[in-house]
Design a protein around this ligand. Structure first.
Ligand SMILES: *Cc1c(COP(=O)(O)O)cnc(C)c1O
Length: 372
């Protein structure tokens, strides 16, 4: 086997696999697949072939194998949204179990954790991401999952996954360390290779990168865990359909080059924002296309959101088009108000997903909006 870097895995995703020798993997629209014989049906292995699309499809399987390779795991699952991937990740929890998460996460996570508490009696605690000893103190015999997101959304805190995973596992090897890798992608961060057990993505963001599909990915290492997830996955059926699997695989082919250019553009914009007297503070983790910043005067929030012309005022992130949002009223509106205040998610905080337009054009756009 030749060495396969991330660039090679993505560029060749799906190549050399089609029976008809197509270079690009064709799109299979069949919901079901025929058996050759009763004997073949009886000995059928769902990981080797196809019967029914809820279980597996050619396009989805290739996507899942590609993501497993990219994240350094053994099994991948492609789902209909990032939240569906998060639901699959937490499907192993039982009543009375405890989940400890970072306190700064995608807003929908908190809504789901509250749901799990209310309906299934899952206990939930939060950690501020500062001292690992504080996290260890929160662990009880019923702790099953440590949930992390790094860089965090929207305050861009960075965590040391390797240190956290080692500390948690030295306390209890059974605890799953789960990382949401949506912001950095495997181009900048491969949590499984640093000791995490499970990685999830909102594939809607950088993996897809074109603001044209909704999807989720889960990758895990342990084969027994993968089997448990597979059971839940094929039973509940929250799968990514063939067309979106094909589209996502196509997008992955340019993942590395996109992400690197997002970083270059974002770094140029960070430089401008730091010198801009109307901006108070810029939060940027050093890599990637996501920037959060505070304006000094709240009136500038309205000026920016109402007057940007190239940048679009819309939720979501990670696509070729630049987007600006206000987490306080949009992505994090469901987070309790005290928690938003504690984290610094204020009405003066804006989040910019820097796209692949010319950085100079984006800077000019921000300037003209602030001047209007
Ligand atoms: C968007 C997002 C999610 C949720 O994903 P959907 O595809 O919208 O369901 C989860 N985590 C992070 C970090 C996100 O940005």
């Amino acid at each position: 086997m030749c060495k396969q870097s991330i660039e090679t895995i993505t560029a060749q995703a799906g190549s050399h696999l089609d029976g008809n020798k197509a270079v690009a993997l064709p799109l299979y629209f069949s919901s079901n697949y025929r058996h050759e014989s009763l004997a073949e049906a009886k000995s059928f292995d769902p990981h080797q072939g196809y019967t029914y699309s809820r279980i597996a499809t050619p396009n989805r399987s290739v996507l899942e194998q590609t993501m497993a390779k990219l994240e350094g795991g053994t099994a991948g699952f492609a789902l209909s949204s990032g939240m569906a991937a998060i639901q699959l990740a937490l499907s192993i929890l039982k009543t009375g179990d405890q989940l400890i998460s970072l306190n700064d996460l995608y807003g929908g996570d908190f809504r789901y954790f509250r749901y799990l508490h209310k309906h299934f009696g899952i206990n939930f605690d939060q950690w501020d991401g500062q001292r690992i000893s504080d996290l260890l103190q929160k662990i009880t015999p019923r702790t099953k999952v440590i949930w992390l997101e790094t860089p965090s959304n929207p305050t861009m805190k960075k965590l040391n996954i390797a240190k956290i995973a080692a500390a948690v596992h030295s306390k209890n090897t059974q605890i799953l360390v789960i990382v949401d890798n949506t912001f950095y992608t495997p181009v900048y961060q491969r949590p499984l290779t640093e000791g995490a057990d499970v990685v999830v993505h909102s594939a809607t963001k950088y993996l897809s990168g074109h603001n044209d599909l909704l999807g989720g990915i889960l990758v895990c290492k342990d084969r027994k865990l993968a089997k448990e997830y597979f059971e839940y996955y094929i039973t509940t059926g929250d799968t990514l359909d063939s067309f979106d699997s094909w589209l996502l695989l196509r997008s992955l082919k340019t993942l590395t080059i996109r992400v690197k250019q997002h970083t270059k553009n974002a770094q140029a914009i960070v430089k401008y924002l730091k010198d801009e007297p109307r901006i108070d503070k810029v939060l940027y983790p050093g890599q990637g296309g996501m920037i959060s910043f505070y304006v000094k005067d709240e009136a500038d929030v309205t000026r920016l959101l109402d007057n940007v012309k190239i940048i679009t005022f819309a939720e979501s992130l990670g696509g070729v088009e630049s987007l600006i949002t206000i987490p306080y009223y949009q992505t994090h509106a469901d987070v309790e108000i005290e928690q938003r205040q504690r984290l610094g998610i204020t009405p003066k905080l804006l989040r910019l997903s820097v796209g692949l337009e010319a950085a100079d054009d984006l800077i000019e756009d921000l300037k003209q909006a602030l001047d209007s």
